[in-house]
Write a protein that binds this ligand. Structure first.
Ligand SMILES: *Cc1c(COP(=O)(O)O)cnc(C)c1O
Length: 437
């Protein structure tokens, strides 16, 4: 593998491309974190991926722990997925009609997931969440939504809202362009605090359509919650006649085929999917009981549509991916690999006295510059982000690619071999020695 070293590492071609890209695209990118604003140097442009490796436009190889932000649980270009996509694509890329692929993936998904009975496919995680909110509002006839500080649900207007300082407060919009009237429909409460949730439900009794949560919050660090808290959330929703939405765009099919619902054995009312379900293609989905899903058009009054929804090529990629995930031992193997990888790094940090830990669940992990368990967004120390910046650059120079922000989690795919992980561990150790030197 043509891994860079600190002496040979270059971003010459990437830097040139980025300069040009900035003329065409806002910030040079199509999704903000890609611009590398929270780490050092210009973004690296990649042009090839195979298994756990990616190659940049300067010809250097990296072990990829970003995995396209989560979708690539099988790594890059897994043969089974590639083959099915190739067979499908030559038969037509879109019809805007039902196709046999709908049935293949739908049946497979529902037969192997005990928490859902019907599903609607869309084209992104954001679209899935947006539609799920509309469905919850349509079913309940209520308008307010409760979300948690530190949970990301895509760029849905009403959810781009973060908490104010109070315990329970009206949202202050985080993004420009969101009318106050929309933000007012969103109530933000802290994670890991059942009392705050109960208070919010009581204060807004009769107005709340749903509570939406990332049951495994993994977009603002990895803020692992206790099962008891999630169960309490379920109970409170039932008690108040409010729908519980598990946003499993990142955790779905990641911590097990049944995602967080299965991991914690908690029955939400609606589940949203994205990322892995598309096997690298743009796919989202939302699913629920038959009773709830029957509110969707054309069966019911909640409108939701899509020109490219359930696109056959994307469905083929998703179906081929899900088939792999259902093979015996798939998740156990991935979990063991991740547990070993994170434990090895943590042991090193403990021996050296470095305040860096690697909490994980399933094959998601988070390098966090803290020795304590972090469950809420406001417990994350911003100083750790400066250390992450150094670590990111040092890893990059040694052929280890992490998502370009300390708030992002890392992923291990089934394509990461022991050899890859051994190499990555050696390089990460060198990098964190630099961080703490
Ligand atoms: C990634 C993500 C989204 C948004 O999905 P997109 O496909 O990027 O629109 C929503 N919710 C969660 C939990 C996610 O991780």
């Amino acid at each position: 593998m043509n891994y860079p070293t600190p002496a040979t590492f270059t971003r010459a071609t990437s830097a040139l491309m980025f300069e040009e890209a900035k003329q065409y695209f806002p910030g040079g990118v199509h999704s903000p974190v890609r611009a590398f604003r929270s780490v050092q140097g210009p973004p690296v442009f990649f042009e090839e991926g195979s298994g756990s490796h990616i190659r940049d436009v300067d010809g250097q190889a990296y072990i990829d722990f970003c995995c396209s932000w989560g979708p690539l649980i099988l790594g890059h270009c897994p043969p089974a997925v590639l083959e099915r996509v190739q067979q499908t694509i030559v038969k037509g890329m879109s019809f805007g009609t039902p196709t046999p692929h709908d049935l293949l993936i739908g049946k497979l998904m529902l037969e192997n997931h005990r928490y859902i009975e019907m599903v609607r496919f869309v084209s992104s995680g954001t679209e899935a969440v947006m539609s799920a909110l509309r469905l919850a509002r349509g079913v309940t006839g209520k308008s307010k939504v409760i979300k948690f500080e530190g949970c990301y649900h895509g760029h849905v207007d009403a959810l781009l809202v973060k908490a104010g300082s109070g315990l329970v407060t009206f949202g202050i919009s985080t993004s420009a362009g969101i009318p106050e009237a929309f933000a007012k429909e969103t109530i933000v409460v802290p994670l890991a605090d059942a009392e705050a949730l109960e208070l919010a439900l009581k204060q807004h009794a009769g107005d709340v359509a749903c509570v939406i949560v990332e049951p495994i919050p993994a977009n603002n660090g990895l803020l692992l919650q206790d099962r008891a808290y999630l169960q309490k959330m379920r109970d409170l929703c039932t008690e108040h006649g409010v729908l519980l939405i598990f946003d499993e765009v990142i955790s779905g099919f990641r911590v097990g085929f049944e995602g967080a619902a299965g991991l914690y054995d908690i029955q939400p009312d609606i589940i949203t999917f994205g990322k892995i379900i598309g096997g690298g293609m743009p796919v989202g989905a939302y699913a629920a009981s038959r009773t709830i899903m029957e509110h969707i058009a054309p069966m019911g009054p909640v409108y939701q549509a899509g020109t490219l929804s359930a696109n056959p090529v994307a469905m083929a990629a998703g179906y081929a991916t899900l088939l792999e995930l259902l093979k015996p031992g798939f998740y156990e193997g991935l979990e063991q690999k991740t547990a070993w990888f994170t434990a090895t790094l943590e042991k090193y940090c403990q021996e050296k006295g470095y305040a860096l830990r690697f909490p994980h669940v399933g094959s998601i992990f988070w390098p966090t510059f803290s020795e304590s368990r972090i469950q809420r967004a406001d417990e994350i120390d911003g100083k750790g982000m400066d250390l992450f910046k150094i670590m990111h650059l040092e890893c990059l120079k040694r052929g280890v690619y992490f998502g370009p922000s300390g708030y992002e989690v890392g992923f291990i795919s089934s394509a990461h071999t022991q050899e890859d992980l051994d190499y990555a561990i050696a390089m990460i150790k060198e990098s964190i020695d630099v961080v703490f030197s």
